[in-house]
Ligand binder design. Structure first.
Ligand code: AMP
Length: 503
């Protein structure tokens, strides 16, 4: 037997013999069979090779979510190249940074932005793919025949995903074929995905969640997907009676809860709702259960590690926790070089076949975060309860140190979120001349009557003085990125001068 392409073989072999069966149902478009998807991917691979893309080359892709974009992902991997997806929200300047850093052989973008991207492409070829899957790359692909995947070992790179860069410069996380295959296999089994499943695929495909968790798991399980170009409450609610599973970020769940069409009857065919990429509020978890009868399964992961922990499929899904380390993944919570006693907060480290190969062209950064013995320092603060459930307390960089005391934003946020009139909150540290940092609460309200004093009074009996916010700011909404993560860095920048008058 000839050498294989590790990721492609795993995905392709899963549905071998089912070429005529539907993989993707695209509302408003044609169904796509497993056979058609892989044939389209082969033509993409052949097109890339015709353009001169070599094994190991990066292919940077900033395009809308279409089946052809999935074919481009698979085709890139078939060609032995490295898929580098970019958030469609990135500006030309931002794309310029990624292109400069990753030096791709080819950049694929929306036709409307071709001139802008060409100006920053730094000699790379530029081709197009639009939101209907048409463009110069598609035309080229349509003229190709089949393609024999280029052999790739488990350790070869399949993708580079840039971290969202909420703190500091974006780093390119290098993911190997084995990173992706091992994680998709574990998740398929842990979450019981089978060919009976119909997954509502509504996450973006420039991020690990929609690209790897949703797409690879569905392909490996031979599941069908309802393929939606983005979050669309109407389309999701239409699809729900015929679907069995959905993966989403917490904001998907809060948005769906605000729609009266979300009912127990509509969700009765569903077996699994999965949430991750940002913390799911306990309140959302409870409301979802009350409304649909389903307990959302929350899991935790990051670009560098794929998925690391998950609440159980069969056991208790505990709200406010991210469950247990996945099979094959180890987790430890460390402080001052040693594991913390049970229940205490420390930095979460993970190790396993899911952990990435390091940061692209940043050996020092890699050495800072990835220990030689394989432990990856996630930078997330976490604790484990007596039953082994892990809770994420927040990013280490969001920890507030005020007058020498540590304040964990989540502790304060949880109390604020429970007060009437509060939608949600973000607690941040901003420079303060006396305390170093001061605790500031930024609160999205859902009642016009909410006043800072009401919050201050509500917290007074529950929190030590040093943890109580020195300033309470009311607003209509918190800033979020496209994955629904609250942008604390943006808030810190916005309010950095709040205590200047104290100088
Ligand atoms: P990204 O690399 O964009 O996927 O972001 C990863 C980060 O998202 C993690 O390091 C966590 O801070 C956060 N995150 C992911 N899943 C969860 C979760 N279930 N609960 C809390 N934070 C999460």
């Amino acid at each position: 037997m000839g050498a294989e392409n590790h990721l492609i073989s795993a995905l392709r072999d899963a549905s071998a013999g089912r070429d005529a069966d539907v993989f993707a149902n695209v509302p408003g478009g044609d169904d796509v069979s497993f056979g058609a998807l892989f044939a389209g991917s082969e033509r993409m691979a052949a097109a890339l090779v015709a353009l001169g893309v070599q094994p190991g080359d990066r292919v940077a892709v900033q395009v809308a979510k279409t089946i052809q974009a999935i074919e481009l992902y698979l085709g890139t991997v078939m060609a032995g190249a490295v898929f580098l997806p970019l958030n469609t929200a990135y500006t030309g300047v931002e794309v310029g940074y990624f292109v400069g850093d990753a030096a791709p052989a080819l950049v694929v973008c929306d036709p409307a932005r071709k001139a802008e991207i060409e100006a920053i492409a730094d000699g790379a070829l530029v081709h197009t793919l639009d939101s209907s899957g048409e463009g110069t790359l598609r035309t080229l692909a349509d003229n190709q025949d089949g393609f024999q995947p280029v052999p790739r070992t488990q350790d070869d790179l399949a993708a580079i995903l840039y971290t969202s860069g909420t703190t500091g410069r974006s780093k390119g996380a290098m993911l190997s074929h084995a990173n992706l295959v091992s994680n998709a296999e574990v998740l398929r089994d842990y979450w019981h995905f089978t060919s009976e499943d119909v997954l509502i695929h509504t996450l973006p495909i420039f991020h690990t969640h929609g690209l790897f968790v949703a797409t690879n798991v569905a392909l490996l399980a031979e599941a069908k997907v309802v393929f939606l170009p983005g979050f669309d409450a109407d389309a999701i609610l239409d699809a729900m009676p015929g679907a069995t599973a959905m993966m989403g970020v917490p904001t998907f769940y809060t948005r769906l809860l605000s729609d009266p069409r979300l009912t127990r009857a509509r969700a009765s065919n569903m077996r699994l709702f999965i949430s991750g990429s940002a913390p799911l509020l306990v309140d959302t978890h409870e409301q979802w259960e009350a409304r649909t009868g389903h307990r959302i399964l929350e899991r935790y992961g990051m670009t560098e590690t794929n998925m690391s922990t998950s609440n159980p499929h069969d056991g208790e899904r505990r709200a406010g926790t991210v469950g247990f380390p996945l099979p094959g993944v180890e987790a430890q919570i460390m402080k001052d070089g040693a594991p913390v006693p049970l229940g205490e907060i420390g930095v979460l480290e993970v190790r396993g076949p899911n952990v990435f190969q390091g940061y692209w062209k940043m050996p020092e950064k890699t050495a800072e975060e990835l220990r030689p013995d394989g432990w990856f320092i996630t930078g997330d603060l976490a604790q484990i309860d007596v039953d082994g459930y892990i809770s994420i307390v927040g990013r280490q960089k969001d920890l507030i140190i005020t007058g020498g005391f540590n304040v964990y934003p989540k502790e304060v946020e949880s109390l604020i979120d429970d007060l009437p009139g509060v939608l949600e909150s973000a607690v941040i540290g901003v420079p303060h001349p006396d305390f170093g940092e001061a605790v500031v609460a930024v609160i999205a309200r859902d009642s016009p009557n909410l006043e800072p004093d009401i919050i201050a009074t509500g917290l007074a009996d529950h929190l030590a003085k040093f943890k109580q916010p020195k300033r309470i700011i009311l607003t209509e909404a918190l800033p979020r990125n496209t994955m629904g993560k609250v942008q604390k860095k943006a808030l810190r920048d916005q309010y950095k001068d709040l205590f200047d008058d104290k100088r």
